[in-house]
Design a protein. Structure first.
Length: 282
């Protein structure tokens, strides 16, 4: 179903609601109808948004099972349809997977629901954004579109991973402690998400205790090094005062006195007498 929408003081646009069938042939017919609708209504020349349940994924990453690594012909057909329509996913917040089989023993989740827009839509509504919330009654996540939600200052935050936490000796014990404390009521995707959020608090504490306020830590270390250098300089001055100054060249008038103490001579009788005295090792 495709309708035209126009608000006061706002650009007009077209909305197409999609509900794809479970049957492959019927879905293939729907992809063809979308292309025909675009050509019939010249939707490629105006703002166009498409939303709904497509009942098919376009990439292996849109499947929760890591063992699913095959691009099927049906996935290729849907991707080709999007290319023909010149549409792409609108930026969104919420879960990656919008459908789940709700089976705790063998959970499976996929991204079957999408909100797509063309280039004219992005130009008319540059601040537009989609939101997917967790499913309540249905096994699908409901989607909401806000035309003007405000632009993030720094854009969407990318995923970041820093190795310095992994290299910390307490990293493994911190992970184990956080994982054991978190509840294990079930092993659904939602419970796994709760455990990860709780684990995040432990990692934040580890980062704060050991790596926070780096500039302050650098200043304190620099002051400590300065103190150590100052102590070293004072120690050198202290021992110099005790041991005296380095020996300089001997002046001529002291030479006979030095020779007298340097070379000691005694008679043969005195030598024999001194040799009889028992020596003691200290």
């Amino acid at each position: 179903m495709t309708v035209s929408v126009q608000y006061p003081d706002s650009p007009s646009f077209s909305v197409t609601a999609v509900y794809a069938a479970n049957n492959v042939d019927e879905r293939r017919e729907l992809w063809k109808n979308l292309v025909d609708t675009q050509a019939l209504l010249s939707l490629n020349l105006s703002s166009w948004i498409i939303g709904g349940d497509f009942n098919e994924i376009t990439h292996c990453a849109e499947h929760s099972e890591t063992t699913f690594n095959q691009i099927t012909p049906h996935m290729i057909e849907l991707s080709a349809c999007f290319e023909d329509l010149e549409v792409r996913d609108l930026r969104y917040h919420g879960p990656r997977f919008t459908w789940t089989n709700k089976q705790q023993d063998d959970p499976v989740a996929k991204k079957l629901d999408r909100i797509l827009v063309n280039e004219h839509w992005l130009q008319a509504f540059p601040l537009c954004q989609a939101y997917f919330s967790a499913p309540i009654i249905s096994d699908h996540s409901p989607g909401l579109v806000k035309l003007d939600c405000g632009k993030q200052v720094a854009g969407s935050k990318p995923f970041k991973f820093f190795n310095y936490l992994v290299r910390h000796p307490d990293f493994r014990s911190t992970i184990e402690a956080g994982w054991e404390i978190s509840p294990e009521d079930s092993w659904t995707l939602s419970s796994l998400s709760k455990k990860q959020k709780l684990l995040k608090k432990f990692l934040k504490s580890l980062n704060k205790d050991n790596f926070s306020d780096i500039q302050k830590r650098v200043r304190e270390t620099a002051l400590l090094l300065q103190d150590l250098q100052e102590v070293g300089n004072l120690a050198v001055c202290h021992f110099k005062a005790i041991l005296g100054h380095p020996l300089t060249a001997i002046t001529p008038h002291l030479l006979p006195l030095v020779q007298f103490f340097t070379v000691y001579h005694c008679s043969e009788d005195m030598r024999l007498t001194l040799a009889k005295i028992s020596s003691m090792r200290l």
